[in-house]
Design a protein around this ligand. Sequence first.
Ligand SMILES: N[C@@H](CCC(=O)N[C@@H](CS)C(=O)NCC(=O)O)C(=O)O
Length: 211
Amino acid sequence: MELYTYYRSTSSYRVRIALALKDLDYQALPVNLIAPPGGEHRQPPYLGINPQGRVPALRTDEGELLIQSPAIIEYLEERYPQVPLLSKDFAARARERGVAALIGCDVHPLHNVSVLNRLRQLGHDETQVGEWIGHWISQGLAAVEQLIGDDGYCFGPQPGLADVYLIPQLYAAERFNVSLQAWPRIRRVAALAATHPAFIKAHPANQPDTP
Ligand SMILES: N[C@@H](CCC(=O)N[C@@H](CS)C(=O)NCC(=O)O)C(=O)O
């Protein structure tokens, strides 16, 4: 498989974690989101891969090109069911997907590169942009803190889908100076993931395009 990825892209980081948890081999194909003039993701070669101009994209072993991290992660879960990311129980699966969706639909889209640039184009200064980011990340993580369990990863002793979404969101929180102090359950999950080989392999600090 080939993964079009950017080292500090939250959505790419999710897919890297899922691949690593399932112990799947892939080649990383870095796409530089900040290369002048407007990022490699906005240039024709990459727009031919993903017309939306966003990372990640995955080329499967069968040569299929897939976009959108939730769809890619679902593909990996169905195609490579070993090391499942979801519980067997239907309601438990829905709870795990609920936390993933909270982060993937309601938090991360509000602070991706193009949304922040649009705020700047509309005249907001860096203080306002920072406040915007902090507001949405804090509101989302405060809810996640209520939804996850009291020990282990988000939902038990093994990492799963909710952790695949949460850990990259925590990396973004740190990058944007959002303190995790108020959320002990989240800090517990972060500490566990920090020692797990799959999360370490997927971390932005350990990518081929890490500056
Ligand atoms: N919903 C998409 C979001 C993809 C996305 O926004 N990726 C960001 C990086 S994390 C990106 O490519 N941003 C470029 C831009 O906004 O111009 C997914 O989960 O794959």
